[in-house]
Each structure stands twice: as C-alpha cells, then as structure tokens.
Design a protein around this ligand. Sequence first.
Ligand code: ASP
Ligand code: MG
Length: 414
Amino acid sequence: MALYVQKFGGTSVGTVERIKAVAEKVKRFRDDGHQIVVVVSAMSGETNRLIDLASQINEDPTPREMDMLVSTGEQVTISLLAMALHQLGVPATSYTGAQVGIRTDSAHTKARIQRIETDDLKEDLAEGQVVVVAGFQGVDEEGNITTLGRGGSDTTGVALAAALGADECQIYTDVDGVYTTDPRVCSKAQRLERITVEEMIELASLGSKVLQIRSVEFAGKYNVPLRVLSSFEEGPGTLIVADEEIESMEEPLISGIAFTANEAKLTLLNTPDVPGVASRILGPIADANIEVDMIVQNVAPTGDYTDFTFTVGKGDYKQTMRILQDDVIPALGGGELRGDDNIAKVSLVGVGMRSHAGVASKMFRVLAEENINIRMVSTSEIKISVVIDEKTMELAVRALHTAFGLDKDSIQSE
Ligand code: ASP
Ligand code: MG
C-alpha cells in the first residue's frame, strides 16, 4: 500500500466528463489499496476568465481581491470531484487550501508555502477517505486567502507530498511525460523515462513548460519522487529523480533540448570602458524590474572602449531600448545602440556534460554544418545555450536532436 498525491491540471478536469474520468482513475488506485490525496486545478480557462472579469471592473485590482477571486476556480473543481467520487461509492472530502492548513506568507498572487498542517488530513486518510485539495491556494497568518502564482497547483501537490511523506507525487497532465524536445517542432522527439531534478529545472527555465519550476525545486529540496504522466492515456510517464540517484545509471550525454524565441538581444557598441560599466548599464534595467538573461562584454584592443551585449525577454525589448538610449548612453558618455528581437535561444541540457568534454565543440560543429550563425554562447555545468537567428531555430533543434542521438528509434552513441 502506498500513499500517492495525484495532481490533475486544468485540462484534465476541463469538463464534467473529464472530472468523472478522474474520479474513475482515483477509484482504481484506491481499490488497489492505496491512500490518495488529490490536488486539482481550476477547470481549463477558468482562471483566465476570472482574471478577465476583474480587468473589466478595475484596471488595477488589489492583489488581495485578486486572490479572493481566482481561488474560487479550484473550489469549484474540488467539490465536483468529491461529488463524482461519491457517485462511484468512494468516500471523499474536499478542502480549500485554508481548510487543509496550507500556510503561506502574505505575498498575494505569488505567495510561498511556509508549512502545512497535516493532522486532519492524515485522520481522513486513515479512515479510508480520499482527500481532495484545492491547488494553487493557501492562507496567510491573518487568514487572508493567497495564491501561489500561475500554475501553482503543481507546487501544492509537491508540497503536500513532502509534508505527508508520500511515496510519489503524480502530476497528471495533457502530455504523457517530459520529452527530449517539443514534439511539435521535432517529430523524432521522445519521452524520457526519467530526468534529474536539476535537468528539469534547467529545461523549465529555458522555455519548456511542463511543470511549474517552483514545484520541481520543491521536489528536489524535499526529495519527493515526482512523476509526470498523462491523464488520458495509460503509461509510465517520466520520473523526475534526485540528482544523486541517477549517477550510478548509464545516462545519455544530453537529456533534452530547450528553445525559445521569446528573447531579444541588445548591444551597446563603443561604450567608454569605465569602472563599473556593467553595473551602470544593467543597474537601470534591473531597477525597471527587467530580467536580463545572457551577458557578453568584449573589450576593445586599446582597452578604452567596450561592446556590451545582453538579452532580455521580448516583452521588455522596447522598454530596455528606451532605458539604454535615454538614460544609460548619456550617463556613460557615449555608445551606439543596436537591437535585434528576431533571435532564438537553443540550449542543450544534460548532467552527462559534467563528465564529458566536447559537447560545446560538437554543438558548434553541428550548427556550422547547417550554416547557422552563433551570435552568443553561455554555459553552465549542465547546459550550453546559443543565441541564433530566429528563422534558424527549428532547423537547429532538429539537427542537434539527431546529432546527439536523441531521435526516436536511434541507438544512443557516445
Ligand atoms: N488555476 C491556476 C492557473 O491557471 C493554477 C494551476 O492551474 O495550477 O494558473
Ligand atoms: Mg495548470
């Protein structure tokens, strides 16, 4: 007998039929003798609908009222799912985040879980109840309803699994696992049996959106075995495991390829190379709450001038251009601004890189063979990212996928 926390996302509970199907699935696990805590999202589209309602009434609603509003989506699904379970003869009780004792800080719309009171929950489980919990929400010290940020139900699931010491946290979604890359771009992409927490965090932050990143970090920190699987098809999904556990296994060099066309590149040419130039360029950008990703600084041979290039999210491109033109260039006493928002970032991710040299050079060779020009490079211990022209992105992904032996039905070399 195992204790599972099963989280079902918005698509999985998007219609009455699907809620009934979730109840059937939960019942099967319970019939096998397992204890089940179910965490659900709002029905698909519901959270957006609520946010839209708010925007029609007030341009700038207070975060507290936003949380009061959007937390209702999940309250609908927990009660409907409990009713569906009752219909099948399964004893079940639904709870909001506040009722189940998910305590958070008071950072409305992006609250963090501080602790979870599990006593009542354990009592229900011991009585044979299925416990159905509203994802995405909690309560602060003052009793205000809070929410955990978009996609936050994943984090609720993992946090509950950690607090209960569950055997596994299963995240049911509309894909059947984590893929080597996006199958819509590369038809030879394949499902991974398993991936490490670290790789998953890199892939997620590099643009692959299977799970909320914070939930994966949580799973890593508290050692919760996490599995992503389809709510519509049977299958093992992808197991996300702690990094140590994978070392003994024969692992591929590269686990996945992430890509995003959602960045823009800015360059300041011929800027006077004065002390603190990087902070004088990036400071005003940080002050505007704009996140900078890759940074490259070249120093001219004479040392008096420098070229400084960095990337930001596409949505921040125009504002960043303005800050550089109006504030930074005058303050530095010169510089020429260039910008390009038709770029893409393609990244190889794999813990195998730690113990193998030559990944970068192979990546560069493959891109060269495809005539793809590399504009920037950045690396970490388990990741190499390049910035290339947006129109070459898909070609790059497919070529790298093949070259690194990730294609479906191909035998892994290296
Ligand atoms: N319903 C929330 C959202 O749409 C939380 C979640 O689905 O995880 O972001
Ligand atoms: Mg979701």
